[in-house]
Design a protein around this ligand. Structure first.
Ligand code: FAD
Length: 483
């Protein structure tokens, strides 16, 4: 039987991000993935500002950016309403969503996780999970694996969740829709030419609602469903999507001049809303879609999963290394469960507002929400929710500096200017000593000295997988103002 300190089920964005974090923490990590090779389907692809900040703080954004689909520098959306969300008040270097096909995000994360020391075993489907006192035995269609901890990142239909008999409470889907990557040989003027604000990419007719995203050249990502309430349930999820079905929706919404050249891949999805009650069951933890699902409105799912992994990684690494107090691992559930609950809450509201057949009442509500979104304070609030930038973990004691997001900030040390994102790339915690630092003053020479050194005690709170690096700062700039 193969042995590993942590086994991760699923090499989606959540599992791969977690594998990278654990490998950085020096933990022996094995990812078990049923697919022998990745399906090159666009699926999720919107990286929200907070996720961009986290990826940047690990040096993972840089290799992703060249793969981004060129898009207008325009804010995100709430329920596809025609008011861009403005993230600039949240002081971030990444105020606009970045579009990268999900499979390309996964490819980069997998390369980096393997380079950091994680192992990824593809073509290995997990079929059984037996926790015991100090570990978990995992049955696959390949080797049996014994792991100290198991993290289920195996998506919405999580086998691990089902094998453990854990309920996944919530609401079933109210519609089925089709997601397909297509190529067009001719386009009518109704077909969007540029990747602009979401409200410019959606259309509704009496028969269909669509979202058509130009990906460059003749490539598009088409999402569509039926407008009419009675027809919304659509085909069964397992029924293959046909070329005729796609062509019919396209021509109905974009006119007969819009010609489908080919279909690269397609799948069906629904808008079910569910969340696990506990993200931890002994030595088994849950992250990403395995823990929560919601309608794909506002580009949230991949982001939530990557952020779950980021939150869990260092805590699990510290636990495995026996450097964590007993409550540390449980703070993963305490911090991340409310965040997903909030996303389930606002995607429920978005589902109502984005109804393709709104009727008089929803239309009135939509008008009012559009007006509200034009007010800077309301816009800032919703922008903070959707982008993840307003996230704040309510930690015990509510220390003014704990639980808050730290935006990337320019810093001056004895070695010269640097950025906080650069300091976090090794995955170690960093103690920034701001006493005597000069806000906004980057000009050398500065007289204080940076003293990077290991801090072995006195940092209080949780003990990380690695001792924190302590830096005495000479100056620092306004967060988010470096670009
Ligand atoms: C139409 C649509 C548009 C979307 N757009 C966005 C967007 O713009 N932004 C965004 O943030 N999110 C978006 N999402 C959501 C996003 O795609 C998901 O939230 C994301 O894929 C979740 O990642 P995950 O790693 O948790 O799970 P998954 O991506 O589902 O990965 C799970 C992995 O586990 C593997 N697996 C499953 N069972 C087993 C098993 N028994 N053994 C071994 N391996 C197994 C699977 O093969 C898969 O590789 C969208 C979703 C849809 C449907």
């Amino acid at each position: 039987m193969a042995e590993t300190e942590v086994a991760i089920v699923g090499a989606g964005p959540t599992g791969l991000m977690l594998a990278y974090e654990l490998a950085l923490g020096g933990v022996e990590t094995l990812v078990l993935e049923q697919l022998s090779r990745r399906i090159e389907q666009v699926k999720g692809g919107g990286i929200q500002p907070r996720t961009a900040e986290l990826l940047e703080s690990r040096g993972l954004l840089e290799p992703l950016l060249p793969r981004a689909t060129p898009r207008e520098r325009v804010g995100g959306h709430f329920a596809a309403l025609p008011v861009p969300l403005d993230c600039t008040p949240w002081q971030t270097g990444h105020p606009f969503p970045i579009s990268i096909p999900q499979w390309e995000i996964e490819e980069v994360l997998e390369e980096r996780a393997i380079a950091a020391g994680a192992r990824v075993l593809r073509g290995t489907a997990v079929s059984g999970v037996e926790p015991d006192g100090d570990g978990v035995v995992v049955t696959t269609d390949g080797p049996r694996v014994r792991a100290g901890y198991l993290v289920a990142c195996d998506g919405a239909r999580s086998t691990v969740r089902k094998r453990l008999g854990l309920p996944f409470p919530g609401r079933p889907a109210t519609y089925q829709a089709v997601l397909t990557d297509i190529r067009l040989s001719a386009t009518s003027p109704l077909v969007p030419r540029r990747l602009g604000h979401m409200s410019t990419l959606t259309r509704t007719t009496d028969d269909y609602w669509t979202m058509l995203v130009p990906l460059g050249g003749d490539r598009y990502r088409l999402t569509f469903g039926r407008t009419d309430q009675a027809a919304r349930a659509g085909a069964d999820r397992h029924t293959p999507v046909t070329r005729e079905e796609i062509a019919a929706a396209l021509q109905s919404v974009y006119g007969a001049e819009t010609i489908l050249r080919s279909v690269d891949n397609s799948s069906r999805f629904g808008d079910a809303t569910r969340q696990l009650e506990q993200y931890r069951a002994g030595r088994v933890l849950f992250a990403g879609d395995a823990a929560h699902i919601h309608p794909p409105l506002g580009g949230q799912g991949l982001n939530l999963g990557v952020q779950d992994a980021f939150n869990l990684g260092w805590k699990l690494a510290a636990t495995v290394r026996d450097r964590a107090p007993s409550g540390l691992l449980d703070s993963y559930h305490a911090e991340r469960h409310p965040v997903a609950a909030q996303v389930l809450h606002h995607t429920s509201a978005q589902r109502v507002l984005a109804d393709p057949d709104p009727g008089e009442d929803v239309s009135a509500l939509r008008d009012i929400v559009v007006d509200l979104l034009r007010l800077p304070d309301a816009n800032r609030h919703i922008a903070g929710l959707i982008s993840g930038l307003s996230l704040r973990y309510p930690l015990p004691g509510d220390h003014p500096l704990t639980g808050r997001r730290m935006p990337d900030t320019e810093l001056v040390t004895e070695d010269g200017p640097t950025r906080s994102a650069t300091l976090f790339q090794a995955g170690h915690s960093v103690l920034l000593d701001l006493a005597g630092a000069v806000p906004g003053d980057f000009r050398p020479p500065l007289s204080c000295r940076p003293r990077p050194r290991h801090q072995r005690r006195g940092t209080g709170g949780h003990r990380p997988a690695h001792p924190p690096r302590r830096l005495h700062l000479l100056g620092y700039g306004e967060p988010g103002h470096h670009r």
